[in-house]
Ligand binder design. Structure first.
Ligand SMILES: [Zn+2]
Ligand SMILES: [Zn+2]
Length: 423
């Protein structure tokens, strides 16, 4: 009797029903039941992550997001770094670098640095906080799904972790000729980086969407139903074309069987990146003037300088980020495009892994740009030492951003389609 009463007083768990997932990287449809908390489901064909269900995802994410917001405020209100050369003192905040770039006429760089290190992280954390707090309210705001959809687009542009490496390179360059003090903001930013990485591990967007379904903010996807299945790139739902046509039944975003004009758009962007790649390497990225002497250096020149002063681990890092990565991205994308157009069946799984690498590694090339913004902000000591950013930096920054857009425009499922694997 007691056990029956206990059973009656507990909410009856819904029978776990299977949902269909289309793999975003190879296009294979797979049915998944409810996952155990703490587990991840990967595509059986290409290894892409289909779904991950971290334990108490939403609660832990909220705690991390709140901590992140506090750190972000600290990072923007305390001194970042200070410099002392021959008795001249210079202090910089996080925003000083962007202002220095703006004042020297390199406004495109100033905008990119500002967006990637301040605006995107702030909007990402702010939007996450709004959604996660909103979902705990008795009457959650109706716009949570819209705000959460933005995150998909914002997320790649938040580059705290890359900025921190740029800080490290700038620091090593500075201590060669000045005494440098690291401020509170630097430590705050380091902690914020760890928090952002932790959020990526702990937050499962699918669980947020399922919570929105449960709270009546987003429509639960129809069970079964005929018709072609479409994957929503915004919320990750795979559902048939229903009464809302090609619009996603859960989040309302427009859906397409494949990214529209993917191959053409990717080619256009890759060719543009190739064109910018030439001035990026020919023109100087910066000029260091010490006691009235100095000459402009290019990207490769900067690596040679680091090598010359014996800092070869750092030289290797900058060489990898600024020279290897952009070339790898351009060559990699050209290879993916050509093999797709030829309908090649050659190493489909490896090519999908290559796509994954090209897509995720691109942001790291921003190290040089961030380093430049820090040096330009800090080293403004008149006759003793100044660092002036050069025009090559704008072209280089353009290469990084255009190749990131190119990777986002390419639809890896087309490789499998054209090879006849998705019939
Ligand atoms: Zn797959
Ligand atoms: Zn959707």
């Amino acid at each position: 009797m007691g056990s029956i009463m206990a059973a009656l007083s507990l909410p009856v768990p819904a029978a776990p029903r299977k949902r269909i997932f289309e793999c975003p990287e190879c296009g294979l449809y797979q049915a998944l039941g409810a996952l155990m908390p703490g587990s991840t489901a990967k595509c059986g064909r290409c290894g892409a992550t289909l779904l991950s269900v971290p334990e108490s995802s939403l609660q832990r994410s909220l705690a991390l997001v709140l901590t992140g917001l506090i750190l972000l405020v600290l990072a923007n209100t305390t001194p970042f770094m200070s410099l002392n050369i021959e008795g001249r003192f210079q202090q910089a905040n996080l925003i000083t670098g962007a202002i220095a770039l703006w004042n020297q006429g390199l406004w495109p760089l100033a905008v990119v640095v500002l967006l990637t290190t301040m605006v995107a992280p702030l909007l990402t954390l702010g939007a996450l906080c709004y959604v996660l707090v909103g979902l705990r309210l008795p009457r959650p705001p109706r716009d949570l799904p819209v705000v959460f959809s933005w995150l998909e687009f914002l997320h790649p542009w938040s580059m705290i972790e890359v900025y921190l490496l740029g800080v490290f390179v700038a620091y090593v360059k500075l201590i060669a000729f000045a005494s440098v003090d690291v401020g509170v903001a630097c430590y705050a930013l380091g902690s914020l980086m760890l928090i952002m990485v932790a959020i990526d591990f702990v937050l499962s967007p699918e669980l947020v969407w399922q919570e929105m379904e449960r709270r009546g903010l987003a429509k639960a996807p129809p069970v079964g139903g005929g018709g072609a299945l479409l994957l929503c790139e915004t919320c990750g739902l795979t559902a048939p074309i229903g009464e809302r046509g090609s619009a996603c039944p859960r989040c309302g975003a427009a859906r397409h069987p494949r990214k529209p004009d993917s191959v053409k758009r990717t080619w256009a962007l890759v060719i543009t990146a190739m064109i910018f790649y030439v001035p990026a390497n020919l023109y100087p990225v910066m000029t260091v003037v010490m006691f009235g002497q100095g000459e402009p250096t290019t990207i490769l020149g900067g690596v040679k300088e680091l090598l010359g002063s014996g800092m070869w681990p750092l030289a290797l890092l900058v060489f990898f980020a600024s020279i290897t990565v952009p070339v790898l991205k351009i060559v990699g994308l050209v290879l993916l495009l050509l093999t797709t157009q030829r309908g090649s069946r050659w190493r489909l799984r490896d090519r999908t892994v290559l796509y994954r690498i090209v897509e995720s590694v691109g942001r790291w090339s921003m190290i040089d740009i961030f380093m430049l913004s820090i040096l330009a902000g800090l080293v403004q000591l008149g006759a003793i030492a100044t660092i002036e950013p050069g025009v090559g930096a704008i072209s280089f920054c353009a290469v990084v951003i255009i190749t990131m857009l190119a990777a986002a425009a390419f639809d890896p499922r087309l490789m499998w389609d054209s090879a006849g694997a998705n019939r």
